[in-house]
Design a protein around this ligand. Structure first.
Ligand code: CMX
Length: 130
């Protein structure tokens, strides 16, 4: 599998974008609000993969909770998975059940699912389908 993106939880997308521009010359290529996940996101392309900056909308939701308990930093690593439903079935058979029972809508029109960090050395894993 290829890495699709690396998700980084931030307090402020604008402040983080300023760092990525000044330090690495990276510009945002896509912005979106994912209301169901209570986040706004910005993607920065870095070669074949991208960085996803995640800023919480409000005080609830997974990213707001993450920032409150752990502070800004690596939130998840996402891998491309064309047949996402097939991968979810395979993972269930392996005893590594995804957090969702079925793929759900994610950023950029993709279908996604997540694997709990307890399965992956403390890193939340996302699978990104077509
Ligand atoms: N990476 C690593 N560890 C994490 C984590 C993360 N992103 N989020 C939580 N944890 C850890 C906590 O530190 C805690 O560890 P300890 O038990 O050692 O203290 C443990 O997991 C439980 O933490 P929690 O705060 O009680 O969190 P919840 O169990 O309520 O939720 C999770 C954790 C992963 C199940 C939840 O965040 C989730 O369902 N995530 C998937 C959805 C998501 O993250 N959406 C935002 C991204 C949207 C997008 O990109 O589309």
């Amino acid at each position: 599998m290829k890495i699709d993106h690396v998700g980084i939880a931030v307090e402020s997308i604008e402040a983080a974008l300023s760092f990525y521009k000044r330090a690495l010359g990276l510009e945002p290529c896509h912005r979106e609000e994912i209301a169901a996940q209570k986040v706004r996101v910005a993607f920065l392309q870095a070669g074949e993969a991208s960085i996803e900056l995640l800023e919480p909308i409000g005080d609830e939701g997974a990213v707001a909770k993450f920032l409150k308990t752990r502070g800004p930093g690596l939130h998840h690593v996402a891998f491309s998975a064309a047949d996402i439903a097939g991968h979810m079935d395979r993972l269930r058979r392996e005893g590594l059940a995804p957090l969702e029972t079925a793929p759900r809508p994610g950023a950029r029109g993709h279908r996604v699912c997540f694997l709990h960090p307890k399965h992956a050395a403390g890193v939340l894993i996302e699978l990104v389908g077509g």
